[in-house]
Structure formats: structure tokens, C-alpha cells
Design a protein around this ligand. Structure first.
Ligand code: NCD
Length: 306
């Protein structure tokens, strides 16, 4: 689970089926009571870290949280030695790092499988899986019901957009649109890849355009990734999803956001049934439970009886 690019349709079908049935009669299943997950977050996180902890504990397993601020990294220990060390304490590692590619590179030091929980502006595979699951559940378990998806916000840096796009390439009929903050349009490489993979080329709007909001089935919003911009000054978000905005979209169009949000979505729409960003969190636990179950079964370590 280092890259979303390794995931195929068959895996998604197995994962979603498992996520649908992960609670048996509303009860957390247990089953991996002898397994330990190590969370190693070198960048802040609320949802991803807690979601993995909740998922692992729901499966009956245990969790160790590595604290970068009180670790030997402060004494100059290398990342390789740190990863090698952490991997001795658990059966599976969840790793987040601010530099693109570092999570993938770290697998060479680790004796246990690593799940990528976000590498800079690169990827965030498990967020993409829970995002796709949210779309799938919202559209009667059938991606054929989804045609037009609009991405709003920092489309240049958002790793959650980059990763979700890779899953959407499995559904070439889906048309992709962007409404980026000024100066934060997707890169040329991303646009080229969408043009190659999807039946229709992507369309990039700017806020002055007359945008056909009623065609969209999904509007996926992201915050401005201030920590990743090289500029000392950045534009504040120039698009806000509020009650007035909601009047212009379809009755069944869902508003998604990986969270955390800043000013781009007003809290006044939180109770609108089309706002599904808190539902994404709930689905995130189910998807991570299903994923951990698959990975822990696959990479069963030899049990050492002392
Ligand atoms: C996102 C992330 O960390 O990439 N949040 C998340 O994991 N749910 C989005 C963000 O930080 O903007």
C-alpha cells in the first residue's frame, strides 16, 4: 500500500465488499488481537492517525504511536535507522512524511509492510480509497451512476486529489473538471495523464466563467496547502461553498472534503444531506479495517512462542 498506482479494479471490489460487512451486527469484529500497528507520522494528522488507530483496535489489535518530537531523530538518527527500528516493534507500519517519495523509499529499511499515509504533495492512497468508497456508496454502489466530478481548491498540491484521480482512471467514462484557486491549477503532467486515461479531456474553469454547476454529481473541495507553497504570500481561497452556492447544485450532488477545512466550506452547510465530509470519516474507518484485515492476513508473520 505504498502507491495508489498499484491498485486494480479487482482489489477495489474485494475491499469494498469487506468494508460493507466489516461490522458484524454493529459489533467490532476483533480477530487480529496478536497484531501491533505502528503509527509513524512525521507530519501533523488528526483523522488519518486516529482512523488507523480506531480501525486496528476495532480489529482487536494494538497500536503504538511513534512521537517524532521526543524521538532519537532529535539526536541526529537517520530516517533509515529510525524506520528499521520502528519496524521491529510491530506487524504493520503507517507512515506519513512531508517529502514526496520518502514513504516509498522507506520500505527498503522496514522489515514489515508500510502503508503510505501521505507523502508530501505526492500520494495518500487510503484517503483515495475512502473517497472512492464514499462516491460509490452515495451513488447506489455503482460508479456508472457518476459522470461529472468537479475538483475545487488547491489542485496543484493536493495529494488527495492526485490519488483519487488515479482511482478515477479505472472509470474512463467519468469527466473531470477543475475550479482551482488562482495560481493552484493542476500540473501539465496531471492534465496530460487525465487526457490520456479518460474518454473526455479535463476542463479547467476559472471563477469568472459561467460554470454549469448543475451537471456535477460530485464536488470535491480542498484547502489551500499553505505549508507546501513556495510563495511567501499566497492568495486566500477565492471560492466558498456556502448556502448560496448549494442553491445552484443538484439535489443529489455530494460535497466532499478530505478535511481539515479552512474557509472554503462554510459550517452553515454542515447539516445539508449533500455535505458528506463527516461521512467520509466514518467510511474511512471501515475502509482501513478492511484494508488492515487484508494486509495482516497476507503478510502473516511467523509467530515466535517464547
Ligand atoms: C489531507 C491530507 O493530509 O492530505 N487530510 C487527510 O488526510 N484527511 C488533506 C489536507 O491536509 O489538506
Amino acid at each position: 500500500m505504498l502507491s495508489i498506482k498499484n491498485i486494480n479494479q479487482e482489489f477495489i471490489e474485494t475491499l469494498f465488499l469487506k468494508a460493507d460487512t466489516v461490522y458484524k451486527d454493529g459489533i467490532r469484529p476483533g480477530g487480529h488481537y496478536n497484531k501491533i500497528l505502528v503509527n509513524a507520522f512525521f507530519e501533523p494528522s488528526t483523522r488519518t492517525q486516529l482512523s488507523f488507530e480506531c480501525a486496528m483496535k476495532s480489529l482487536g489489535g494494538k497500536v503504538i504511536n511513534f512521537n517524532t518530537n521526543t524521538s532519537s531523530i532529535k539526536k541526529g538518527e537517520s530516517l533509515g535507522d529510525t524506520i528499521k527500528t520502528i519496524s521491529q516493534y510491530g506487524d504493520i507500519m503507517v507512515l506519513r512524511h512531508p517529502t514526496k517519495g520518502t514513504v516509498q523509499d522507506s520500505q527498503q529499511y522496514s522489515d514489515i509492510p508500510i502503508i503510505n499515509a501521505g507523502d508530501g504533495d505526492g500520494e495518500h492512497p487510503t484517503q483515495a480509497l475512502l473517497d472512492l468508497y464514499t462516491i460509490y456508496k452515495s451513488y447506489k454502489n455503482n460508479m456508472k451512476n457518476v459522470v461529472n466530478i468537479l475538483f475545487v481548491g488547491d489542485c496543484y498540491h493536493s495529494r488527495t486529489i492526485h490519488s483519487l484521480l488515479h482511482l478515477l482512471y479505472l472509470y474512463p467514462h467519468i469527466c473531470i473538471y477543475f475550479l482551482p484557486y488562482e495560481g493552484y491549477a493542476p500540473s501539465v503532467e496531471v492534465i496530460d495523464e487525465i487526457s490520456q486515461r479518460q474518454t473526455n479531456s479535463p476542463i479547467i474553469f476559472n471563477k469568472q466563467d459561467s460554470i454549469p454547476f448543475r451537471i456535477f454529481d460530485v464536488i470535491y473541495v480542498t484547502r489551500l496547502q499553505k505549508e507546501r507553497t513556495q510563495l511567501n504570500e499566497y492568495n486566500s481561497p477565492d471560492i466558498t461553498i456556502d448556502e448560496k452556492f448549494m442553491e445552484n447544485i443538484r439535489e443529489n450532488c455530494i460535497i466532499m472534503h478530505p478535511l481539515p477545512r479552512n474557509e472554503e466550506i462554510s459550517t452553515e452547510i454542515d447539516k445539508d444531506p449533500r455535505a458528506v465530509y463527516f461521512k467520509q470519516i466514518e467510511y474511512g474507518v471501515k475502509i482501513r479495517m478492511a484494508l488492515l484485515d487484508i494486509l495482516l492476513n497476507k503478510f502473516e508473520k511467523k509467530l515466535i512462542i517464547l
